[in-house]
Write a protein that binds this ligand. Sequence first.
Ligand code: AMP
Length: 145
Amino acid sequence: MFVRNIVDTKTIRNVITIKPTDSITAAAELLAKHRIGAVVVSRDGSTVDGILSERDIVRSLGLTGIECMNKQVQDLMTATVVGCKLDETADSILERMTEGRFRHMPVIDDNRMVGVISIGDVVKARISEIQQENSALTGMIANTW
Ligand code: AMP
């Protein structure tokens, strides 16, 4: 199972981005509207300038209160983003997400962002792969015995 296979099964195919100078309120509205947990920050819609997750917003709300909603996305985003490539395996992505303690990764192909995958997408894809292997093995056993 490769990142390419996971990107192909996603229902939201276009990458949702927000500008660094947009407000945290606008980011929260975007997360709610698209029912996503993180948004890639990009000035031009294809280059990754950062990532802003619901956790960044909640952490800031807890530390500084509601005023953080008027801050800019670039004030709360993570600027050093870990991305992945289409030919990486699902297992290696799960390992990197677990080690880095994040749940989202932009997918980069030819210096262009072609998708975003979440830990939920990867786990779902792995479960479906395991189920297919399981039924193939069950079929083999049933035909052999
Ligand atoms: P998440 O678990 O993805 O909601 O995010 C947890 C923290 O990691 C937040 O501070 C995010 O800004 C940051 N983060 C999320 N995805 C990435 C990524 N691919 N690379 C680096 N940091 C990330």
